[in-house]
Design a protein around this ligand. Sequence first.
Ligand SMILES: *[C@@H]1O[C@H](CO)[C@@H](O)[C@H](O)[C@H]1NC(C)=O
Ligand SMILES: *[C@@H]1O[C@H](CO)[C@@H](O)[C@H](O)[C@H]1NC(C)=O
Ligand SMILES: *[C@@H]1O[C@H](CO)[C@@H](O)[C@H](O)[C@H]1NC(C)=O
Ligand SMILES: *[C@@H]1O[C@H](CO)[C@@H](O)[C@H](O)[C@H]1NC(C)=O
Ligand SMILES: *[C@@H]1O[C@H](CO)[C@@H](O)[C@H](O)[C@H]1NC(C)=O
Ligand SMILES: *[C@@H]1O[C@H](CO)[C@@H](O)[C@H](O)[C@H]1NC(C)=O
Ligand SMILES: *[C@@H]1O[C@H](CO)[C@@H](O)[C@H](O)[C@H]1NC(C)=O
Ligand SMILES: *[C@@H]1O[C@H](CO)[C@@H](O)[C@H](O)[C@H]1NC(C)=O
Length: 765
Amino acid sequence: MPPAMLGLTFLGLVAALGIRPGAPLCLSQQLSLPGDYILGGLFPLGSADDTGLGDRTQPNATVCTRLSAPGLLWALAVMMAVEEINNASTLLPGLRLGYDLFDTCSEPVVAMKPSLVFMAKAGSRSIGAYCDYTQYQPRVLAVIGPHSSEVALVTGKFFSFFLMPQVSYGATTDRLSNRETFPSFFRTVPSDRVQAIAMVELLRGLHWNWVAAVGSDDEYGRQGLGLFSSLANAKGICIAYEGLMPLPRAGGMRLGSVQSLLHQVNHSSVQVGVFFPPPKAPYSLFSYSIHYRLSPKVWVASEAWLTSSLVMTLPGMDRVGTVLGFLHQGAEMPEFRSYVQTRLARAAEPAYCASLEAGRLGLEEHVVGPRCPQCDRASPENVTDGLLYHQTFAAYAAVYSVAHALHKALLCNSSGCLAQEPVRPWQLLDNMYNMSFHAYNRTLQFDTSGNVDLAYDLKLWVWRDRMPMLRTVGSFNGSLELQFSSMIWHTPGNQEPVSQCSRQCREGQVRRVKGFHSCCYDCVDCKAGSYQRHPGEPSGTASCMGQQLLLHLPLTGCLSTLFLLAAEIFVGSELPPSWTDWLHSCLRGPWAWLVVLLAMLAEAALCSWYLAVFPPVVVTNWHALPTEALVHCRVSSWIMFGVVHATNAMLAFLCFLGTFLVQSRPGHYNSARGLTFAMLAYFITWVSYIPLFANVHVVSHPPVQMGTILFCVLGILTTFHLPKCYLLLWRPDLNTPEFFLGGGPSDARGQGGSGHGEETQGKNK
Ligand SMILES: *[C@@H]1O[C@H](CO)[C@@H](O)[C@H](O)[C@H]1NC(C)=O
Ligand SMILES: *[C@@H]1O[C@H](CO)[C@@H](O)[C@H](O)[C@H]1NC(C)=O
Ligand SMILES: *[C@@H]1O[C@H](CO)[C@@H](O)[C@H](O)[C@H]1NC(C)=O
Ligand SMILES: *[C@@H]1O[C@H](CO)[C@@H](O)[C@H](O)[C@H]1NC(C)=O
Ligand SMILES: *[C@@H]1O[C@H](CO)[C@@H](O)[C@H](O)[C@H]1NC(C)=O
Ligand SMILES: *[C@@H]1O[C@H](CO)[C@@H](O)[C@H](O)[C@H]1NC(C)=O
Ligand SMILES: *[C@@H]1O[C@H](CO)[C@@H](O)[C@H](O)[C@H]1NC(C)=O
Ligand SMILES: *[C@@H]1O[C@H](CO)[C@@H](O)[C@H](O)[C@H]1NC(C)=O
């Protein structure tokens, strides 16, 4: 609901209830509720005005005058959770939770007093000094809050001494994850470490490696900046400028060294600033930036100021550039809005306020002073304006975590509780370590450091009518997902900003780092003779293995058919005619193919055995060539390499034997001669391969091998097939059965189709 509509709804409500707008609200009195177990609460309900709290000379009361609406909303979320638990009576059957909420003003000085009140003995306002606090029953069972890390570091140590459980809904500094220092600290938000990791991933995702980083000079800023710097450096992101900014206190704006940093960044190629402050500090920084008209940049916001209305409403804020940052995902709680409105409406009812006044004891009033005078002076709009970006789920869930631990400590089921003894605060801790609990419709779990694991949304400020709206443009849950199409940049033409010290080098260039940062470099061409180790380098093993099979199997196929031909010629010319009929039928037709198949199988078996037992290895030779590396196959055993040739050599030899004695008949084609020469070509090429291979440079080994294979094949082609082609093309007059049926004496007797069959077989190869 946009703020305007919210306002209208509210005015409607106000009119219906007959409230005079601007009338005092009795919210202070509603900050406590009696019950069987009381939860203490620390909320930033106010903020110190410009005079600040810095110059205290007496330990007297401190007063915060300005209302901090988000703090009041967090307090209201706690009230709603307690009311729900009391209403439902399944989590703590037969028991009522109460609360006691105080203002911290975001100052440790202010938070100290309520902390003492919480630890006071039940029913009194004093803390005694004892040997042993095991039986000690303080006023409250557990503490919800505080919101700021700075305050939590102080109260966390104080409560840890008593082992009083404390569940913060906003203190994110990573130091609080230390179980030894803060044994009773838990939180319903993730630690800043997760946010810093998400930010680094964002910079990487957008290829920004040249950035400025600013933190506030307090625990939150120093810790956040330190974490971010170390994570960024580890991922190759360079921080060009880094500065700590003093917190704004009395005297207004103080930027310290950050002032000159801003001017340096303005004149540099840095386009991205990462900023880790509590909500008050960005106000000064951006006021300065707007005043001096510094050029717009991309600002990566920490969660603490991404939704700060103080910064969002700063006049001219739309000129500082693009603002984006991570916000942890809570659960949407649609009921919360109406709860707040009901609560505020009731606080404006004089009759209701009078009834609260009557029921009070009046004790706290002069112990702690008025709880929240600024809340009582606020108008309902002051509170509801903050509802748009409220992050109240964490405060709500904190109550459920304590209630759940109490449920377990009291051994409750949904209808009753077993334990009779009242539970002491430290007895909850055992249940809270590693506890998983339900809040709203989500299940959360405390990890070993007391943090919960929540995913983040990446939010971008989109300007509408001088007020930014938050648009979700990505998410982070261990890994980053970006929605580039939803992003809007401040640059002309909505170009994605580039924040790099130097551009990527081209292929064949190397970086020469200039100065201190690894992100700033010149690109220089690689020296001659050097090489760039490139990544998919040919993977040779498969082709090394394939070589042998591809060479030998087809050759075996070819030679075995030639062998059949040679055998037929031999049978026809050398054996007595009584044998020939029978043998001829064997050497043609299906039986002949069986011979081819057997030869191929024998060769395949031989190859497989060779590849399995003596696999050729791929070696990279860096020295053979001046500018390139030679990747080649090295034969493991030359003897075995020779053995693989045995089948083929045997076939060729038999072929040769069967044909070289056959007489030629004048006037007829002699196919026996062609075969003899083909086999000679085979032997000559492979025999000459041996001395050639042994004597040439390693670089020439592959060409020699290729040449040998080529010559072997060409030799067979030219000696056996070319003569026939010649006759077919240029001597068609000789293409007669009589001429071709001269292969042997038997053919002369009219073994019809022999020449024809021979030619068919020749073509098959
Ligand atoms: C606390 O004491 C200072 C003087 O030291 C005074 O100015 C201030 O008003 C006092 N604060 C309150 C709340 O009385
Ligand atoms: C608790 O119950 C009362 C009475 O039934 C109801 O008015 C109130 O809205 C309930 N509160 C919540 C937070 O559900
Ligand atoms: C900031 O930088 C812009 C452009 O680089 C320049 O025009 C402007 O004068 C600078 N502002 C200051 C205060 O240096
Ligand atoms: C409430 O808002 C009005 C105007 O929006 C402002 O003048 C007033 O100071 C605010 N009240 C408090 C207590 O902050
Ligand atoms: C709750 O516990 C009591 C006592 O152990 C038992 O009698 C009762 O049946 C339990 N109720 C449920 C709903 O489990
Ligand atoms: C919490 O869980 C972690 C690991 O899952 C385990 O090492 C640790 O002992 C647990 N702590 C408690 C108190 O159970
Ligand atoms: C929780 O409830 C809200 C609305 O009631 C719904 O949008 C959301 O999807 C629910 N989440 C889960 C995890 O069930
Ligand atoms: C985040 O991731 C965890 C596991 O990696 C998963 O259990 C959880 O549901 C995820 N949360 C969201 C909001 O996707």
